[in-house]
Ligand binder design. Structure first.
Ligand code: LLP
Length: 871
């Protein structure tokens, strides 16, 4: 709503001005500096012509202390001690805020005294506890309203209990009625008008309401959010803003997953699921009231008021199907009930559920078989303690055999249309495979999939699962309309921001090149140089570097790389011919299943040869007689960004299996072949430093037993992050890890042979949009580069960032499939990407295409693949 009523005095009491509800939690109301922020935010909203209702929590820690008063009912001295602490805290706040009129504070402190002094007959009972708990917010709102008025921001104090009337829920026990109450709310124009007639800025208390008897009741954990939501619904507010110390909901708990992404936009139901299944930032109960009233809810960070947090509202149009979050809840209790030998006994479920109802326990998940029903109890909704459990079980044994499984944790994937994402979850399911999964439940609203596992393993699983979801494109973090920055980007200042890619600065040159011709690969030599130099500098203990020219054998790049002191690693005569043209470069020949003649030709050219099988020595031993060779080993497992690039393990065709090593050594001795070095390359696109350390250590310990070996070649595979959630390879850590091994094995020379790392980011593919099309809900953007130019997306589901270079600064609003002209359904360069409105003739840039792009191009369909240009 674009209403600007600033400076319009006639509007100040108008009922037409929209309401905004701002809720501030405990830490946000605990210091004067924070209150200054609240004042600034409220003032800002006022100048935008909004009427403002502020809902506050108690000062941080106070609710816990008030609760402790209840726990210490029998101990008068302890109660007095807690009371004095609470009093001192508020006195200190009064002083900090430099308030003058003590009377309002005094009023609530005296009520505290009275309650603590046990004056009421039911002291310690539930009504008493509710009154005590309410004091926290009554005190904080009293201090707050005085402070805002002191700042010349006229604010009125509103007693929340007057306006929120709780209704007992069916089967709610007394504890729930007093300490976890609910308030049915619907927009109430009369209330809004009445308030508007009194003023434009109000402060009220979160966490409380009254019951039909006029007693104070509490709304339960997170009750202040719920209060804000109730008031938002009553006022039919423009928005309810929950101001807290974090920007919003994240795709996982940031404490477990620092790469978790801010969820910029969620619909009510998804937010509800995320809140229910673990995220602590919003209480689950606060969503329903605003959903029913169709009032949007926003989460904002008090420390960064300009940061757009999470916005929760109606369905997000045009969003990619995606898992939005993975959450975990600890403290789950499972109750497995076995019907005693009566298969499909009528009424069995009714009988057992009756007992839960009687104990006031609400059931979360249910799994059933013919003879067993297993349910979960969530501690946030239930008072699950050993007393409750033992009385429940005592009742249940009358109708079934009972087993309690605890402590468990529920790991939940949340996203609209979960069932349509199942096919992408194979990696996630595999991760659960070896663990004990007690229960799997798929919600009937198609919004969540939950796995209940032992509590001890859940926390460790979440980061892995989050990464797997992104990798499988089940969590579409590249959709910027939904996924905001990562927690690490937002809050871990000091973390180096990823540098803007070179092609942003060279946009004009790239547009010029695209005007000449497309499709076209363009390489930035400066980026290649910088990568090569950085590697040599930070991983200084590598004695000789070889560039794996299969990644990109463009002669200009080869010359540049060789000039920086790299040798060239080749896998075919074609590659060594190309490399031989580069003056001064040392070569390696590391083929796989090559024909006999090639080995001989390489030896004639004095190019060191690597063998990775018994066959050459067993069948053609004489060819190698008197020569030095290198031996490529398979250390047993492969690594890499995709199964197809793993080059270790029984399913990979590379490397000599370790159990054949003795035979290899025998054949080498027989034919007078000297093994000068050992080699291992177990895969490509690895970002984890430990990998090369492992390889190095394993090769070294094998080499110790082969006296002729003086070189260890740890291969390539150094990855570059393709997606925003991946952290770049830590070169310095790699240098340190290798140096550590080297100090243990100084007798060996250390070689390495990276390909991708030097060239991937240096290349982009430029393509021109040919046609656009819509089919049902799917929009296609076609371009003149297809899988014959860049096969990585089709072959490895590789992710390459794609932008519309012609409209680089326009908002990317449309969700599209970016496809090429090849007659294959797999000819997709990027699926579910966001681009600005894109039309024929626009230039697309496909990033990170310098490695294995042009090198793997083909003439399929007799279409010329993209040509190559070096900047
Ligand atoms: N050394 C050997 C023996 C290799 O086989 C390879 C790559 C490398 C070094 C260099 O690996 P790099 O540092 O580039 O990861 N086409 C796939 C990658 C296949 C890699 C094949 N071997 C892709 O586009 O991801």
């Amino acid at each position: 709503m674009a209403v600007s009523l600033a400076g319009s005095p006639s509007m100040s009491n108008s009922t037409a001005a929209p309401w905004i509800v701002l809720k501030f939690g405990g830490t946000s109301v605990s210091t004067r500096a924070r209150w200054d922020k609240i004042a600034a935010i409220a003032r800002g909203r006022r100048t935008q012509g909004r009427q403002v209702l502020i809902v506050v929590s108690a000062l941080s820690g106070i609710t816990d202390q008030l609760k402790a008063l209840g726990d210490a009912q029998a101990d008068a001295a302890r109660r007095a001690e807690i009371r004095d602490q609470i009093r001192a805290r508020h006195e200190a706040m009064f002083a900090e805020l430099e308030l003058v009129d003590r009377a309002p504070l005094q009023y609530w402190l005296e009520r505290l005294d009275a309650l603590v002094a046990n004056v009421r007959a039911d002291a310690g009972g539930l009504p008493w506890q509710a009154e005590v708990l309410a004091l926290g917010e009554q005190l904080s709102s009293t201090l707050g309203v005085a402070y805002l008025n002191r700042l010349d921001l006229p604010a009125h104090w509103l007693d929340a209990r007057q306006h929120l009337l709780a209704q007992p829920m069916p089967n709610q026990n007394a504890w729930g009625r007093y300490l976890s109450a609910s308030v049915p709310t619907a927009p109430d124009a009369a209330f809004a008008q009445g308030l508007a007639a009194r003023g434009t800025l109000f402060i009220t208390q979160g966490f409380m309401a009254r019951n039909a008897a006029g007693e104070t009741v509490i709304l339960g954990r997170g009750g202040s959010d719920t209060s804000a939501s109730y008031f938002g619904a009553l006022l039919k507010a423009e928005v309810v803003e929950i101001w807290t110390d974090v920007a919003g909901m994240f795709s996982a708990n940031p404490r477990q997953v620092p790469n978790a992404r801010l969820l910029a936009r969620l619909d009510y139901e998804e937010a509800q699921e995320i809140a229910t299944t673990g995220a602590k930032v919003l209480h689950p109960r606060c969503i329903n009231p605003v959903r029913e009233a169709r009032v949007p809810l926003a989460i904002r960070d008090t420390n960064f008021p300009d940061l757009a947090g999470t916005e929760i509202g109606g369905a997000v149009p045009d969003a990619a199907r995606s898992v939005k979050a993975i959450s975990s809840r600890a403290g789950i209790t499972l109750i497995a009930m076995e019907s005693i030998g009566m298969w499909q006994q009528v009424g069995f479920l009714a009988d057992v559920f009756e007992h839960f109802k009687r104990h006031g326990l609400s059931i979360d998940l249910v799994g059933t078989s013919e003879t067993n029903v297993t349910v979960s109890l969530d501690p946030t909704e239930n008072l699950v303690n050993s007393d409750v459990l033992s009385t429940l079980c005592a009742d249940l044994v009358k109708v079934c055999r009972v087993k309690v499984i605890a402590p468990c944790a529920a790991i939940t994937l949340v996203g609209r249309g979960m069932r349509s994402l199942l096919h992408k979850l194979s990696g996630v399911l595999a991760e659960f495979g070896p663990q004990r999964v007690h229960l799997i439940s798929q919600s009937s609203n198609n919004l969540n999939l939950t796995f209940v596992v032992d509590e001890a393993i859940a926390a460790d699983m979440v980061p892995t699962l989050h990464a797997l979801l992104i990798r499988a494109e089940a969590m579409r973090v590249e959709d910027r309309a939904i996924f905001g920055p990562s927690w690490r980007e937002l809050y871990q200042s000091g973390q180096a921001e990823p540098a803007a890619p070179w092609w942003r600065a060279r946009r004009a040159d790239l547009m010029r090149l695209a005007r000449e011709a497309t499709p076209r690969y363009v390489y930035d030599l400066a980026t290649v140089r910088a990568r090569a130099q950085a590697l040599k500098r930070d991983v200084a203990c590598v004695d000789r570097w070889f560039y794996a020219i299969k990644a990109n054998a463009h002669p200009v790049l080869l010359r540049e790389i060789a000039a920086l002191g790299f040798g060239l690693e080749c896998v075919s005569p074609g590659e060594w011919e190309r490399a031989a043209g580069i003056a001064g470069a040392a070569l390696l020949f590391t083929p796989n299943f090559a024909p006999r003649k090639e080995y001989g030709d390489a030896l004639v050219r004095k190019i060191p040869v690597t063998l990775d099988n018994l066959h050459p020595l067993a069948q053609w031993g004489a060819d190698f007689s008197g020569h030095e060779i290198f031996l490529r080993l398979d250390l047993g497992t492969g690594r890499g960004h995709h199964d197809k690039v793993k080059t270790g393990g029984a399913k990979s065709k590379f490397g000599l299996a370790l159990d054949e090593l003795p035979e290899f050594l025998r054949l080498a001795a027989l034919h007078d072949v000297r093994i000068a070095g050992l080699h291992a390359h177990l895969g490509s696109g690895i970002l984890d430093v430990a990998h090369w350390k492992d390889v190095y250590v394993q090769l070294a310990s094998i080499a110790e037993k082969i006296p002729s070996v003086h070189v260890l070649n740890i291969g390539g595979g150094l990855g570059v992050p393709a997606r925003a959630d991946e952290a770049p390879l830590d070169r310095v850590a790699l240098g340190a890890a290798l140096a550590e091994v080297k100090s243990a094995y100084p007798q060996f020379e250390l070689w390495a042979e990276p390909g991708r790392y030097l060239v991937a980011d240096a290349g982009v593919l430029l393509a021109r949009v040919t046609q656009t099309k819509r089919k049902g809900e799917v929009r296609y953007v076609g371009c003149d580069a297809g899988m014959n130019s860049l096969i990585r997306p089709a072959l490895y589901e590789a992710w390459h960032e794609i932008v519309n270079l012609a409209r680089l600064d326009e908002a990317a609003t449309e969700l599209v499939q970016i496809v090429g002209p090849i007659c294959e359904s797999g000819d997709v360069l990027g699926s579910n990407r966001r681009l600005p409105p894109t039309g024929e003739g626009d230039v697309l840039l496909i990033a990170q295409a310098g490695a294995y792009g042009a090198a793997m191009a083909s003439h399929y369909n007799l279409r010329e693949p993209a040509a190559e240009v070096v900047l």
